[in-house]
Design a protein around this ligand. Structure first.
Ligand code: B12
Length: 237
């Protein structure tokens, strides 16, 4: 089967919520040496967008969303371990505390971001889903982290981003950590508005942003930056 057929098959399997087929196509795509990030970009993301659109249009419901999520996870079980530093130039060192913000249970994108950062030698402390603002700060202090990374897929959880930043500031600890944000409803404008230090459109962009921030930190730059580092902004619909 050619690369395009494998990607199309995987996309279809995820849309249909067929875990076994999704896992099998993913395994074949990795076996055919397709780059992990290209598989995610070419099959998983468009499948999720289709399902999300159908949900929004009232043509699909929560069970379909759950099945598609499970099928994507099954595929990613094969894809994520193959993500390597070869997928992106450069390597940086540092610690990133990451989690999906309070009120939000979506973690597929966060897990991909974590995997690519880890593949670049960054220490990842993954707090999971539904993370209260204070928990990011406690973990970042404990781990002496460089960056707090917040993932958000639902609009109603966005105000908690601001709470992370304001709480850091009120505690006099804002300069200790760069704060980056990403996920569906997050935009570069929002990033600037809340005074965050970075935004990335996808996992690859997240790695580029972290590299730039860690390089800046090594040169003595501290948070908050006057302008956030935003990558992938132009592609944002
Ligand atoms: C799968 C899914 C679910 C699954 C989640 C399973 C899981 N374990 O994650 C389940 C079924 C649980 C679910 C539940 C709900 N969902 Co839902 N879901 C989706 C769906 C279809 C796909 C999400 C996904 O995995 N995308 C694929 C990944 C790879 O992409 P990604 O998450 O965007 O991540 C990439 C980038 O954003 C970026 N990124 C992500 N995080 C970060 C962090 C940083 C720091 C950076 C730099 C970058 C970055 O990099 C990632 C990799 O490239 C989306 C539609 C969509 N197109 O996103 C709706 C969607 C997000 N869901 C939606 C809704 C409404 C819900 C529910 C409220 C439904 C309900 N009525 O109950 C619940 C909410 C539950 C809760 N409290 O969170 C809406 C949100 C609308 C909004 N803007 O508020 C969407 C957009 C669907 C829609 N079009 O209406 N959902």
């Amino acid at each position: 089967m050619g690369a395009q057929d494998l990607l199309e098959g995987l996309k279809q399997a995820v849309v249909e919520g067929d875990e076994d087929a999704a896992a099998s196509f993913a395994e074949q795509a990795i076996g055919a040496e397709l780059a992990p990030l290209e598989i995610i970009k070419g099959a998983i993301n468009p499948a999720m967008d289709d399902v999300g659109q159908a949900f929004e249009d009232g043509e699909a419901f929560l069970p379909e969303l759950i099945l598609a999520g499970d099928a994507a996870r099954a595929a990613l079980d094969y894809i994520i371990p193959s993500i390597s530093a070869d997928d992106l130039e450069g390597s940086v060192q540092g610690t990133v505390v990451i989690g999906t913000i309070f009120g939000d249970a979506h973690d597929i994108g966060k897990n991909i971001v974590s995997a690519i950062l880890a593949a670049h030698g960054i220490k990842i402390v993954d707090l999971g889903i539904n993370v209260p603002p204070k928990a990011y700060i406690e973990a970042a202090l404990k781990e002496e982290a460089d960056i707090i990374a917040i993932s958000s897929l639902i609009t109603t959880s966005l105000p908690y981003h601001r709470e992370v930043i304001n709480t850091l500031r009120d505690r006099g600890e804002r300069e200790k950590f760069f704060v980056i944000v990403g996920g569906g409803p997050v935009t570069p404008e929002w990033t600037a508005e809340i005074g965050a230090d970075g935004y990335g459109r996808d996992a690859r962009d997240a790695a580029v942003v972290c590299q730039q921030l860690l390089a800046g930190r090594a040169e003595g730059k501290t948070a908050p930056l006057p302008e956030p580092v935003t990558v992938g902004a132009l592609e944002h619909g």
